[in-house]
Design a protein around this ligand. Structure first.
Ligand code: GTP
Ligand code: MG
Length: 370
């Protein structure tokens, strides 16, 4: 979709270009026939001419994702849960993840260098669990962009010696708003001054009541130092996942979320993704945000290369022409032509937007009711 130029808007609302230019000129805005209109300008004009317009940014409307979603799943199978860890700064998120990880994947790592994929998978009782690694200092919007699109369950970490802090509250508020179930991990239980009951009563005040206090939330006391509670936490996650009956169709084309991305020497653009549905294969034509490409390699978190990955699997992919953004959705399509044309369309829209400096409304999506 293109942006709306002055003359296009005039046509759409049955006015002359002169009238449109005059209205804006009166307000100190100089435009000519071929200029793009900003959202603000369109709103002013709509009011002046007594027309109703609705505008939307086509980049927010993931056309190709919608097309993908219209295809029905035909072979639903159980898939691993995707877990995001959140909590106040320094409450032990990374240490907890490291502990879970070292206990479960250390042997796999022995031979090689760990590929940093921003997310990784562990196995418990023969079931896989995917964890998304989100740094604590990051803004919640950014975190949402990365993890939330793929997240099934959130672990809210609260340090037993520190209790509920501002970011604990923020994390809970965002998780509740997103409608994502969460489990409380009371960390640093080995510390002197650890007071899990204090954490429970503080959270009860926020309507987050522990099951053993008659509420509906699972609280698991853990220590990254001693390993206390780690097994129980993993089991609690698996129980919750079972209730959710998480399913996906591995037989269809892949749809994935970009968790992070980078430019790597010798590889070019590398995107760390988590598969939401379908199976991604080496050789697939994919689009991710404004870039596209053909999958050349799929690397797992232990550094090994595989030919394909299924639902909830995190991996680093090589083959995109450019670096996609965190939170971008990656979709596999039938042909190189399809992904290229879509990517070009998006890049074109973006260029036009950059040129005109302000957010533009799309002509396609501009409906005028006189
Ligand atoms: P940010 O990512 O900065 O928000 O911090 P974080 O939540 O990831 O906390 P991190 O794991 O980096 O731990 C913060 C500090 O707490 C470090 O000094 C850890 O060694 C310490 N710590 C973490 N877990 C435990 C624990 O279980 N017991 C004890 N005694 N200390 C811990
Ligand atoms: Mg951390």
């Amino acid at each position: 979709p293109e942006n709306v130029r002055v003359y296009e808007f005039a046509e759409k609302v049955n006015r002359s270009v002169g009238e449109v230019v005059k209205v804006l000129f009166a307000l100190g805005m100089m435009v000519t026939k071929n200029d793009f209109l900003s959202k603000d300008e369109i709103e002013i004009l709509a009011e002046e001419f007594g027309v109703e317009v609705s505008t939307m940014n086509p980049l927010d409307e993931l056309d190709y994702v919608q097309a993908y979603d219209e295809v029905e799943d035909t072979h639903l199978e159980e898939r691993p849960p995707v877990i995001t860890i959140m909590g106040h700064v320094d409450h032990g998120k990374t240490s907890l993840l490291d502990r879970i990880r070292s206990a479960k994947v250390a042997d796999r790592e022995a031979g090689g260098i760990t590929q940093h994929v921003g997310a990784y998978q562990v196995e418990k009782n023969g079931k896989k669990i995917t964890f998304v690694d989100t740094p604590g200092h990051e803004a919640f919007t950014e975190m949402r962009a990365r993890g939330a699109q793929a997240t099934d369950i959130v672990i809210i970490v609260v340090a037993a010696d520190d209790g509920v802090m501002p970011q604990t509250k923020e994390a809970i508020a965002h998780t509740k708003a997103a409608g994502v179930p969460f489990i409380i991990a009371i960390t640093k239980m080995d510390k002197e001054g650890a007071n899990p009951d204090n954490v429970k009563s503080q959270l009860a005040e926020m309507d987050v009541m522990a099951t053993d206090w008659g509420g509906e939330y699972e609280f698991v006391p853990v220590s990254a130092y001693t390993g206390m509670g780690i097994d129980e936490l993993l089991e609690t996650i698996l129980l919750q996942a079972e209730v959710m009956e998480l399913k996906a169709d591995p037989t269809r084309k892949a749809k994935a979320v970009v968790v992070e991305s980078s430019l790597e020497k010798g590889f070019g653009p590398v995107a760390n993704v988590i598969i939401k549905n379908g199976t991604l294969h080496v050789g697939d034509n994919v689009i991710a945000g404004k870039t596209y490409g053909r999958i050349k390699a799929i690397k797992m978190d232990d550094g090994s290369s595989v030919k394909e990955i299924g639902p909830s699997t995190p991996a680093a992919i090589v083959g995109l022409h450019d670096v996609p953004g965190a939170g971008d959705v990656l979709v596999a399509m039938d042909t190189e032509k399809e992904v290229r044309e879509l990517a070009e369309k998006r890049a074109e829209y973006d260029r036009a937007k950059q040129l005109s400096k302000t957010t533009k409304a799309s002509l396609d999506d501009l409906s005028a009711l006189i």
